[in-house]
Unconditional design. Structure first.
Length: 78
C-alpha cells in the first residue's frame, strides 16, 4: 500500500466575481491523501472523490488535476 495525493479543482455555478462565489462554497483546489496499492486503484478512488465534490449542489464542474505517489519518489528534500 502506498500514499497518494489527489488534487481536485471545483468551480461554482454562479457568475458573480469568482473569488466571492468560490468563498461561499469551499476552496477551489482541494487536496486529499489516500492509500492505494497501485495507480489504477488510486485513480478509481480519485474518481469517487471527484464525483463527491461534483455532487455539491453549488459546484458546476469538478476536475481531477493530479494523482501522484506521495511523497514524490525521487524528489529532493531541502
Amino acid at each position: 500500500m502506498y500514499d497518494w495525493k489527489v488534487i481536485i479543482e471545483a468551480w461554482p455555478y454562479f457568475d458573480p466575481p469568482a473569488v466571492e462565489a468560490q468563498a461561499k462554497i469551499a476552496p477551489r483546489v482541494r487536496e486529499f491523501l489516500i492509500r492505494a496499492n497501485d495507480f489504477d486503484e488510486a485513480l478509481r478512488a480519485a474518481e469517487f472523490i471527484r464525483m463527491g465534490v461534483h455532487s455539491h449542489d453549488k459546484v458546476h464542474q469538478a476536475h481531477t488535476w493530479t494523482v501522484t505517489r506521495w511523497p514524490v519518489v525521487g524528489a529532493s528534500v531541502a
